[in-house]
Design a protein around this ligand. Sequence first.
Ligand code: HEM
Length: 496
Amino acid sequence: MAHARAATHGRCHRARPGARPSRSRPLAERRVVCGHASAAAAPSAVPQLPSPFDSITAERGFLPSPDPRRALVLSRHNDAAAAWEAALAELPKLAVAVQSTSTDVVSSSISNGGSGVSKGVLRRTLEALPPFPLGQLLLLDSAGHSSAAPAHGEQQQQDDHGEELWRAYLLLSFLAHAYMWCEPGPPPAVLPAVLAVPWARVAAAVGMPPILTYATYNLYNWRRLDPSAPVRLGNIVCLHNFLGGPDEEWFRLVHVDIEARAGPAVAGLARLQQAAAQDDAPSVLAGLRGVSSALREMQGTLSRMGEKCDPYIYYQRVRTPMSGWRNNPDLPQGLIYEGVSDQPVQLYGETGAQSSVLHAFDAALGVQHEQVWLRDYLGTMVAHMPPPHRAFLAALAAANSNTGTGTGTAGSGQPAGANVRTYVLGAGGGAGGELRDAYNEAVAEMEKFRSQHKAFAYNYIAKWAKRETTGTGGSDFMPALAGYRDTTQKHLLVPP
Ligand code: HEM
């Protein structure tokens, strides 16, 4: 029975001085205390490193804390790191330059055998970058093994290191995807070692796949104009763009705002499950109403997508750099990461399906997608989420199998949670009707969000596609999105 500590009032923290691990304590023993997630519930491959995603709070939901790092600290005194940061800052300019003149394009000699793959100023600039300063970033020991942690294990330094690694992961993800998708023509079948090797190493260090993810595209890619004001549209801008312009910027910021608005409900999910275990009907009601209210706000923000993100611009320009190399007809075999593996690797591209919010609501409301391909796709998306978010979802799912009351994960001291849907179904008379109404309202709001979202997917993608197309996340998206919506709707409880 996996369960852990819960945040009852919004903010929750990774254990800090007083509760923090001692200097000598191995990293593998560290516990993530966010929402009610325990790192112990995370997939076994997840490294136990400090991460800016360790805290899941009412103010921010799954957004990082502190605000995303804007540049590698290493770049202040390391010329190679500074060159990589400069290339990232220059991306939109390079991407425009490459398309401005056909004489800039050399249609040969790229690593996949020169099959019409262009090599303009963008690809040439990235290939000419100095070796990425992996050694300094990962702190290789004398045997060449990465400790992926500072030599002295003070908490602050470890936190800094987690942020530095995530910044490096974002930087490499943007540059690699620009290399792949921001020149005209077909993409190369091989990603050169100068990008592939550091990307694979840094991704492994943060427990993520070497591909652009929702976490780097959205969650770790914003700053506040007024640092004292909340994370909201009007007060946030992106740190980085591929091509730039309001459409790309706004598309991403809408996601960030939605994540923040989901925060109060997300941070209350552990408490909701505990209340079900304790037969605490008023708290179950409050938790369910919190989910409805967050979903209404999320719909409000989603409805603003068209204000600055035009469907045609999105289809033509914004979506391409998010693409991956799994179920993508442009790269049917996948991609070879030169210097990492001789075999092509297949990975899905960036997509909102990698946001943990709807996964968490599904888990807490007991919404199960019975169709295997739909369930499998969302399951695959979990591996593209930051490790603490995976742990959070695993803890929610584990609580669904609990029966009765008890305590959570050994040593957590927190009460166990239980399946909210089962509780509402069994509540019978008394609070039963009110609970059922509140549950149904939450399910109905989720169905509305999925319905509204499906309409966006049609208007922004399907409507323009001349041939059958997949989402940037590689799914056969129109039937998939209809399936998620319909399954949600089927979970409405019928009055006795
Ligand atoms: C113009 C706006 C949007 C478009 C065109 C769009 C497109 C898509 C597509 C095509 C998929 C299927 C997976 C794939 O990529 O292959 C998908 C899935 C998904 N997207 Fe979006 N999306 C948009 C905005 C958003 C926003 C703002 C969110 C909020 C977080 C979001 C959350 C999701 C979720 C949760 C899924 C998984 C399906 C589900 O659970 O219902 N999307 N999206």
